[in-house]
Design a protein around this ligand. Structure first.
Ligand SMILES: [Zn+2]
Length: 224
């Protein structure tokens, strides 16, 4: 985008010059060649997309040590539809809220989802991942910890584990003090802080795929 904008501004500036000097034209045409700007622009955004694709954190029965990066609660809160009627392709769609065809036409009930940028410190090397919280109880536990003695969430370290299956799944979310990192987990806090410096947290826009009203209208019609 930045490149295109510069080209446009450059062109406007150059055509003013053209009035004074026709000789300027050939040199002025060079930066205006569209393929130059487009090629570098596409190449750049393609690299970002593939090199930076969000990896989902997987809850396990053994506790994982994590660091939460988001400073003000989840980076993304949204409601998600799970379409069991759909037999192929994508089955999850973000709810559009009031006027959502999946709610209004299909009568499908969306569930609340909350996403956090985390560093998984239980893997070697550390990994920037995205933790999705769908459990109301886990979400409430995190909220409580956020305003508790160990909060806010991005200050301490945490362990998280899961036990049980489906509806009976429970989560354990516990604080860990920085000074216990080495003794209890063999993790050097300086390495963590160094790693965090290199990480760019994902934005809500990057993490939640929004569909257009038209797309969901068509989908609802198709599945009705
Ligand atoms: Zn909806």
């Amino acid at each position: 985008m930045g490149i295109n904008k510069d080209l446009t501004e450059g062109t406007a500036f150059m055509s003013e010059n053209d009035e004074f000097s026709v000789n300027e034209r050939p040199t002025m045409d060079t930066p205006d060649t569209p393929t130059i700007g487009i090629t570098s622009g596409w190449a750049k955004s393609e690299n970002t997309a593939t090199g930076d694709y969000p990896v989902d954190f997987k809850y396990t029965e053994t506790r994982s040590l994590i660091k939460i990066l988001d400073t003000e609660g989840p980076v993304a809160n949204f409601k998600e539809h799970w379409l069991t009627e759909k037999t192929e392709g994508r089955r999850t769609y973000a709810c559009l809220g009031a006027g959502c065809p999946l709610c209004n036409v299909l009568g499908n009930k969306p569930t609340s989802k909350h996403k956090f940028n985390i560093i998984n410190l239980s893997v070697n090397p550390f990994m920037h991942q995205v933790m999705t919280v769908s459990s109301v109880r886990l979400y409430e536990a995190m909220q409580q910890q956020d305003s508790g003695d160990y909060g806010p969430l991005n200050k301490a370290y945490w362990t998280i584990s899961r036990s049980g299956q489906k509806q009976l799944t429970t989560y354990q979310f516990l604080p860990v003090k920085a000074r216990d990192l080495m003794e209890d987990f063999g993790v050097n806090e300086e390495d963590v802080l160094k790693f965090i410096k290199e990480v760019t947290p994902y934005t809500a826009e990057q993490l939640v795929q929004r569909s257009s009203l038209k797309e969901l209208q068509d989908l609802a019609k198709e599945l009705l």
